[in-house]
Design a protein around this ligand. Structure first.
Ligand SMILES: [Cu+2]
Length: 173
């Protein structure tokens, strides 16, 4: 894989949500009128965005992912309790599990999900459990430190439905 191409793709993705928010603002008024009122979207409008994370106290890549979220304006409350109970409570199937579980608005965020996907989720506000990046793919946010060199494994961000089924929300490859 050509790493230059990858970084170009990523900056294109990173550039998106800014304008997305302006569209979301207009969409919010429309949603309120049509009765499709989405609390998560409302919360997405008020800066800073709030997030809770459950992780093990010794998880380094979790910390790096949290910094990735904070860098884009998320205010994070961390619970160093492990994430097994939180994952179960938030109805993320265990087979989709990763090292940390987060709650943003009404959505579960499992694993190293890029912040751009979290923001897109809040904007689109689908009826779903949330997003998951199962395992810990190298190259995903928090798994992209100098210790991994230039290695970037392909991975998908999955949208998790209420019945536990998934579809690809975005692909990084
Ligand atoms: Cu991790």
């Amino acid at each position: 894989m050509d790493t230059r191409d990858t970084s170009t793709d990523r900056s294109a993705v990173v550039a998106m949500p800014e304008s997305g928010f302006h569209h979301a603002r207009r969409g919010l008024a429309l949603a309120a009128l049509t009765g499709l009122f989405a609390p998560a979207l409302l919360r997405a409008q008020s800066a800073p965005l709030q997030m809770e994370v459950w992780k093990s106290p010794t998880c380094g890549c979790c910390k790096d992912w949290i910094e990735h979220m904070q860098a884009r304006g998320f205010r994070v409350k961390v619970h160093d309790t492990g994430n097994t109970a939180a994952r179960e409570r938030l109805r993320v199937p265990m087979k989709l599990g990763s090292c940390h579980t987060a709650l943003v608005g009404r959505y579960a965020i499992e694993g190293h999900v890029p912040v751009t996907d979290v923001i897109r989720l809040l904007k689109e506000a689908p009826d779903a459990v949330g997003l998951a990046v199962p395992g810990m793919p190298v190259g995903s946010p928090g798994m992209d430190g100098p210790q991994y060199g230039a290695r970037r494994d392909p991975y998908d961000v999955l949208l998790v439905a209420r019945d536990g089924s998934t579809r690809i929300f975005s692909s990084y490859r």
